[in-house]
Design a protein around this ligand. Structure first.
Ligand code: F6R
Length: 606
């Protein structure tokens, strides 16, 4: 999704801006641009291609103040005229992440005042508003402050003026932004990774903050305009660029990294013979003992992890659990249970809807909050009382893989901690043993890769697919369908297998592949009956079964045997072949696996 980088220095900032943008590429974007002050004029360069193209056209451009942006279209199609930065009357340049909700009325007013719009974006109103105030003699700082008062919506912005090469103004509300502190130079960015080549000393700006940067220093103002101090932190995120190695795509690499990612996630939690609440933070023991229910909030793949966890939490810990899609929960008039633990699940920790859902929960009186996240310094981690960091390492592929399976590990640990506190936990050592065995078990499933690659050949010509699962594995069917649709663009739906005869069975014919997750659990016989219903209608079945599931290959029934059954942890193992299937179908179809069309890695707008 959109990314911002800004810099003010003694040296030429163009390489810093471009490298920063390149480091934000994984988030997904459809155009990129930058602007610097060169000989007292704004020099803007924009491209609808990759950042590499922007690099080509930027050769020879120099400036020691500039702002840059990768855009993921919200208002207006991806095009050069809609790419940021946006400029007002050759004087003010702006980059913006987020959405300005009242841009239409602001635009009408600005048009009446004589401003000419050259894009379809909501952002352009910001440039003209700043200009309108600046032209009246306000300082750049005051002009931006006055502008922000007029905006409704979410934003992180960077602003510079052609006639003032010594000031860069940046502000945030609802979108992430941080300041990078250098020596004789300072920076802003929407994601710390963009700044790591130049500094690891960062200040995370708070909601409503505005910062004025010059080369020697910076001043931060809160939403009321009072100058405030915010702590400078040393980022622990590694500057090592993520290498693809021998893999063809990041997604393939990340699927293969799962044994290590799971082992790393378990490392701090699971080395002893028992499991302690402290793994969720210093206050976890007292906080978790006071709760009487769980509310999980998340989006997309992270939401699917929450759905699996509901089965674990209710069955093993005996606590009531609800799982809600964050974008729905934030606007729903719900009846809160302030004694429930609110768990926000997120790979990025930046997802706008999940952040808003957490704020909404707090506004309803929830005080017990836990973030399970893969990015240590992310907003959700900072906003939650308790935290658990999945140690999957940077996930670059847009389709989430290792973040999902490590979230499941974290949620299983949470289940065990809660069950133990409530004296519900039997067989703790067996559970811990199963967890420790998990990386090896995942590795064995990965060995199925060549078989799954062959299976995928049968899907490339299909337009639709149906995924079925039951119980703990129904969310895995949902996740399998999401993976397939997002990277191969094949329309895929998932159903609890028992629902088939209540409607979707009507879709089944010889052209509809039906993929079923069939572990050897208590619901297997029920599932088999559902699969007979499919076969009887001519549907082609692809069954991911455990080794001891008694099902045989026959005409129209393809069985893929999983090496072992993992009991409660089976959903983690059964996810792997579905990730691989989606990956190899996408390869067959020749799609852009790591950057599927229309999608972004971090969804920082609503
Ligand atoms: C799908 C996928 C998305 C994310 C969703 C939430 O492969 O990656 O559905 O899971 O956008 O993102 P996070 O987990 O960063 O909050």
């Amino acid at each position: 999704m959109c990314g911002i980088v800004g810099a003010i220095a003694e040296r030429n900032v163009v390489p810093i801006l471009l490298e920063g943008l390149q480091r934000l590429e994984y988030r997904g974007y459809d155009s990129a641009g930058l602007v610097v002050v060169e000989n007292a004029r704004l020099k803007r360069l924009r491209s609808t291609g990759r950042v590499a193209e922007l690099m080509q056209i930027s050769k020879g451009t120099e400036g020691n103040i500039g702002i840059a942006h990768t855009r993921w279209a919200t208002h207006g199609i991806p095009s050069e005229r809609n790419a940021h930065p946006h400029i007002s009357r050759d004087l003010i340049a702006v980059v913006h992440n987020g959405i300005i909700e009242n841009y239409e009325s602001l635009r009408d007013g600005l048009v009446k005042a004589g401003y000419e719009f050259t894009s379809d974006t909501d952002t352009e109103v910001i440039a003209h508003l700043v200009h309108s105030h600046y032209a009246k003699g306000m300082t750049l700082l005051k002009a931006v402050q006055a502008t922000l008062k007029e905006l409704v919506g979410a934003y992180a912005i960077g602003v510079i003026a052609a006639d003032n090469p010594d000031r860069l103004i940046s502000a945030r509300r609802g979108s992430p932004l941080l300041l990078g502190v250098g020596i004789g130079e300072n920076f802003v960015a929407s994601d710390v990774s963009a700044l790591l080549p130049v500094t690891n000393r960062v200040v995370y700006l708070e909601e409503g903050d505005l910062v004025e940067l010059d080369r020697q220093g910076y001043r931060i103002y809160d939403a009321e305009g009072n100058e405030v101090a915010r702590p400078v932190q040393t980022s622990e995120i590694s500057n090592e660029s993520v290498q693809l190695g021998n893999y063809r795509h990041y997604m393939q690499k990340e699927i293969h990294e799962q044994p290590e990612a799971i082992a790393n996630t378990l490392e701090t939690a699971c080395n002893s013979h028992s499991i302690m609440p402290g793994i969720f933070g210093a206050e976890a023991e007292s906080c978790l003992s006071r709760i009487d229910g769980i509310l999980i909030l998340a989006c997309g793949t992270s939401y699917h992890a929450g759905l699996v966890a509901r089965y674990w939490l209710e069955e093993i810990s005996g606590l009531h659990c609800t799982v809600e899609i964050a974008s729905e929960y934030r606007y729903r008039k719900s009846v809160p249970n302030p004694n429930a633990l609110v768990v926000v699940l997120s790979q990025s920790g930046e997802t706008a809807d999940t952040q808003a859902a957490l704020s909404h929960a707090k506004s309803l009186g929830h005080v017990h909050t836990l973030a399970i996240c893969n990015v240590p310094e992310s907003a959700l981690v900072r906003q939650s009382k308790l935290r658990f960091l999945t140690r999957a390492g940077p996930e670059i592929g847009v389709a989430s893989t290792k973040a999902f399976t490590t979230q499941l590990v974290a949620l299983f640990l949470l289940t065990l901690v809660l069950a133990k506190q409530r004296n519900h936990l039997t067989a703790e050592s067996e559970h811990l043993h199963a967890l420790r065995h998990l990386p090896a078990a995942v590795q064995k499933v990965l060995d199925l890769e060549p078989k799954i690659a062959r299976l995928a050949e049968k899907f490339a010509s299909k337009h639709h697919a149906l995924f079925l699962g039951r119980g703990l594995h129904y969310p895995i069917a949902l996740e399998g369908a999401l993976k397939l649709k997002e990277i191969s663009y094949i329309h895929a739906e998932a159903y609890p297998a028992g629902e088939l005869k209540h409607g979707p069975l009507a879709l089944v014919d010889k052209d509809m592949p039906v993929i079923s997750v069939a572990p050897n659990d208590a619901l297997l016989e029920k599932l088999k009956s559902n699969l007979h219903e499919v076969r009887a209608r001519g549907g082609e079945l692809y069954v991911f079964a455990d080794a001891d599931t008694h099902m045989n290959e026959e005409e129209g029934v393809h069985i893929m045997r999983m090496p072992e059954h993992a009991g409660y942890l089976s959903p983690i193992l059964h996810t792997i072949p579905l990730q691989l299937l989606a990956y190899y179908v996408a390869l067959q179809k020749g799609t852009d696996v790591d950057k599927p069309r229309n999608l972004a890695k971090s969804v920082t707008v609503e």
